[in-house]
Design a protein around this ligand. Structure first.
Ligand code: HEM
Length: 407
C-alpha cells in the first residue's frame, strides 16, 4: 500500500508530468533501447516512429497514477493492455527495466524540478502499477497454457493456404506444425505473428485479428498490404507476408488474445460496422453468430473504397444468402465502372446519419465497429447521434489504443 504522503505527491505531480508526458516517454524509449537493445525484438518499430506508442504508454501510466487509490476501477483497461502484453511475451523481469528507465527519463526531462521526494513517490507508485499488471498477466499466461489446444510463448504454424481476397488483402490459413489442436478463441480476438525478416536486425511482432469463426481446425488471418502512403513508409511486415511468405512456410504465433469480443449471451440484434481491413474481426463475429445463434438479427455494414479492395465479399454474401436473419449493406467511397455495372453496392460516398437511420431497425442493439481511426471516430459520433447508448458501443483500435473523442 502507498502512504498518504506518497499519494499526495503523485497527485500533485500528475499535471506536470502530463504536460511533459510525450517528451518523457520519448526520452524513456531512447534510454531503454540504448541500455536494452534486445527489447527492440518486442516493440513495434513502426508505432515508435509514428510516436503512437509513446502516447499510449504515457496515457496509461498517468491514468493509473490518477487512479492510484482505486486501481480496480481501471481494471478493464489494465486487462486490455495485459492481453496485448501476454500476446507479445512481456514478462515480470521486463517491468524493473521499464520502471528504471521511466524514472530516469522523468529526471532527465524535468531536471531539478524532479526532487528525490517526487522520484521516490513515482518509484513506489510504478511498483504498485507494475505489480497489478504482473498479477493479471500471470493469470493470463497460465490460462493460455492450460486451455485445450493452448500453449505458452510461440508455436510454429504452417501456412496451409494463401488466398488473395482483394487487390490489397490476402488471407493466410494457419495450422499447427505439431499436428495438435488449436485453442479456441472469442470472435474479435487477435493473434501475434513473430517474424524474422532476412537482413533485419530485430524480430518483428504484429497483431492480426482472426477473420474466421473459432470452430475451425485452423486460424485464418487476412492481412492488408500497407503501401507507401503520404509520409508513411510501406509496411515491412505486411509486405513481407504478402510477397515472401508462401504456402508451406512457417509462422510463429502466440495464443489468441484481446478484449474486443462479441457478447454471445446478448439476444438483442447486433450491428457490425467495418471500414477497410477492419472487417476481419467482424467477419469472425458474423460467421460465429450465424452458426451459434441463427435467430439473432445481424446487420453487417462494410465500407470500402471500391469493389477492387473489398475483401471476403463472397464469403459474407454466401452466408447472408443462406441466413435470412443477416442483412448486409456495402458502402463504396468511389465505385469503379465495373462496380456500377454490377450494381453490387448500396451506397456511394461515406456512411452518414440518414443512411444509418434507413438501414438500422432499432438502436436497442449491440454495435461493434472497427476500421481506420477517422472512420471509427465518425461512426462513433453517428451512433451517438442515432441515440445508441454508450454501453452498447464497442470498438477496436488497430495498433496502440487511443481515444476516439481525441481522434
Ligand atoms: C503496449 C502500458 C509495461 C511492452 C502497451 C500499451 C499500453 C502499455 C497502454 C498499448 C496497449 C494497446 O495498444 O492496446 C504499459 C504500462 C506498463 C507497461 C502502464 C507498466 C506498468 C511494459 C513492459 C513491457 C511492455 C514491462 C516490456 C518490455 C509493450 C509492448 C507493447 C505495449 C511491446 C506493444 C506496443 C507496440 O509494439 O507498439 N503498454 N506497459 N510494456 N507494451 Fe506496455
Amino acid at each position: 500500500m502507498l502512504s498518504e504522503k506518497t499519494i499526495q505527491v503523485i497527485k500533485s505531480t500528475v499535471p506536470v508530468l502530463e504536460i511533459h508526458g510525450t517528451a518523457i516517454t520519448k526520452r524513456f524509449y531512447q534510454m531503454m533501447f540504448t541500455a536494452h537493445p534486445e527489447l527492440l525484438n518486442i516493440f513495434n518499430h513502426a508505432n515508435q516512429h509514428q510516436g503512437r506508442q509513446q502516447t499510449a504508454l504515457a496515457n496509461a501510466v498517468y491514468a493509473a497514477a490518477v487512479n492510484i487509490e482505486k486501481l480496480e476501477s481501471i481494471l478493464p483497461v489494465v486487462k486490455q493492455i495485459a492481453h496485448k502484453h501476454r500476446s507479445l511475451g512481456v514478462k515480470p523481469e521486463h517491468y524493473p527495466i521499464v520502471g528504471e528507465n521511466l524514472l530516469a527519463a522523468i529526471k532527465d526531462v524535468l531536471g531539478d524540478a524532479a526532487t528525490d521526494e517526487i522520484i521516490q513517490a513515482w518509484a513506489e507508485a510504478y511498483g504498485v502499477i507494475a505489480d497489478a499488471f504482473i498479477g493479471v498477466e500471470a493469470d493470463m499466461y497460465a490460462q493460455a497454457e492450460q486451455q485445450t489446444g493452448g500453449w505458452s510463448g510461440d508455436r510454429a504454424f504452417r501456412v496451409a493456404r494463401k488466398v488473395q481476397e482483394s487487390d490489397v488483402i490476402t488471407s493466410f490459413y494457419l495450422v499447427p506444425e505439431d499436428g495438435g489442436a488449436v485453442a479456441s478463441f472469442e470472435p474479435g480476438q487477435y493473434i501475434s505473428v513473430k517474424l524474422e525478416i532476412p537482413e533485419e536486425a530485430n524480430t518483428h511482432i504484429r497483431q492480426y485479428s482472426l477473420s474466421d469463426s473459432p470452430d475451425k481446425p485452423y486460424y485464418r488471418i487476412s492481412v492488408k498490404r500497407e503501401d507507401v502512403y503520404q509520409d508513411k513508409p510501406a509496411g515491412k511486415v505486411s509486405n513481407y507476408l504478402h510477397n515472401e511468405i508462401k504456402q508451406g512456410d512457417t509462422l510463429m504465433l502466440s495464443v489468441p488474445a484481446g478484449t474486443f469480443t462479441l457478447d454471445q449471451q446478448d439476444a438483442r440484434p447486433v450491428v457490425l460496422i467495418s471500414g477497410g481491413v477492419g472487417l476481419t474481426p467482424m467477419v469472425s463475429m458474423l460467421e460465429t453468430l450465424a452458426h451459434t445463434n441463427p435467430d439473432r438479427k445481424v446487420t453487417f455494414i462494410h465500407a470500402a473504397q471500391n469493389g477492387n479492395v473489398h475483401a471476403l465479399k463472397q464469403q459474407v454474401t454466401d452466408l447472408a444468402s443462406r441466413s435470412p436473419q443477416v442483412n448486409v449493406k456495402w458502402c463504396y467511397e468511389r465505385p469503379t465502372d465495373a462496380d456500377r455495372e454490377l450494381g453490387q453496392f448500396d451506397k456511394e460516398g461515406y456512411i452518414d446519419l440518414p443512411w444509418l437511420q434507413q438501414i438500422i431497425a432499432t438502436t436497442d442493439a449491440s454495435f461493434y465497429f472497427c476500421g481506420p481511426v477517422k472512420f471509427m471516430s465518425t461512426v462513433n459520433r453517428l451512433l451517438k447521434e442515432l441515440g445508441v447508448s454508450d454501453s452498447d458501443i464497442h470498438y477496436e483500435f488497430f495498433g496502440p489504443a487511443g481515444s476516439l473523442e481525441q481522434a
